[in-house]
Design a protein around this ligand. Sequence first.
Ligand SMILES: Nc1nc2c(c(=O)[nH]1)N[C@H]1C(S)=C(S)[C@@H](COP(=O)(O)O)O[C@H]1N2
Ligand SMILES: [Mo]
Length: 419
Amino acid sequence: MDRRTALRLLGWGGAGVALGDVASVEPALARALRSAAQGAGDPAWNSGGPLVAYPEKLPLIVLTDRPVQLETPRRYFRDAFTDNAAFFVRWHLDLHPNAVDLSAWRLRVEGNVGRTLSLSFDDLVNRFSPVSVAAVNQCSGNSRSRFTPRVAGGQWGHGAMGSATWTGVRLRELLEAAGVRPGSVDLQFEGLDRGRGPAGRGSHRYLKALRLDDPVLDDGLVAYAMNGQQLPMLNGFPARLVVPGYFATYWMKSLTWIRVLPQPDENFWMQSGYRVPDTPGGGTTPDNVRAGRVTMVPITRMPVRSFIVSPDGTSRVPAGLPTTVRGIGFSGNGAITRVEWSEDGGRSWRDVRLGADHGPHAFRTWEAAWTPRVPGEVSLAVRATDARGDVQRDAPVWNPGGYLWNRIERQVVTVGRSA
Ligand SMILES: Nc1nc2c(c(=O)[nH]1)N[C@H]1C(S)=C(S)[C@@H](COP(=O)(O)O)O[C@H]1N2
Ligand SMILES: [Mo]
């Protein structure tokens, strides 16, 4: 029985049931509820939705089911790479594909080009040289549920992110094959999904664009493999754009059209969606927004972040015995150069040991040996530094889209007596 069924049987509509509440319930049901709740991980870390398994996916936390939006439970972040089956899912429009006929599918490179390309899956794999990059795909709204005051949009916990090895064709190689004509300005991307976006905004197609003079294009890939396997349908089968360092909004799934435009793309998803204040750190205040004092620009690179993955607070840590604190860090502005952790809530800091280096765009695992001294509640904290010299700060960010959260994260742990 899944958690949702169990909750329905009990007549509880919502999620976020305290475990204490099930004590009076029949033992098997109590056990089912408890294991489902543990499967979903720490409700203070993830969002509180039920766990549901979609095709090609492990049970993940459901934010919405039409379109499908799934969050990855905390425990899948123990590794530098996120399993395809555990990787989060986010679509904007209802009609996203659940099957693609590869014999009919083509990737078109069109618009202001010398030669329009119409490439089959086979062409992509065999006519171009495959390249791989390990990179983090993170939703701009990851951790949005932390915002005060709250903002509209999916109330993600921290699990709208994942790191994978992406294999495919360099965007530059495709553009060269098509021949970009002089006077071109933007590259527009479109996938197979359709549906009604915000009313009257012409947004029944999800369209995103990058400037042709943006250096990030040098790192861009059209990926047809994810961690050495085909992409799950929900993560953009048969091919998606990968933009290492940039937020996932540009990582167009089920990519089918690349269009070279002689003018800037002013569609809804560029003009109104995914814009952040043009301030250092992308923060502002509700007052500034109401007063119209904020200049908004498209979101681009991901600020430096880090997380404690374990201990996760679900069990006690014994005093006087050595244990290991583990987690991950990443940044869209260069490799992680340093991670520090604290066992006094952020007053004093010590360096961790960094794990294997999978390149500047991937998750970097870390660990630290810890022997807690005294029983009681301890607040662990972690902060990372990237190659640009940016260090996480202990300050919340606020903007109307609920983007760019990268505050120092904490984990409260109960230290118990060891004897
Ligand atoms: N075709 C298409 N691609 C898309 C989107 C979409 O709605 N449609 N959403 C974008 C956003 S905002 C995110 S966060 C990522 C999510 O990627 P994932 O579902 O593989 O985790 O896909 C991006 N690419
Ligand atoms: Mo997103």
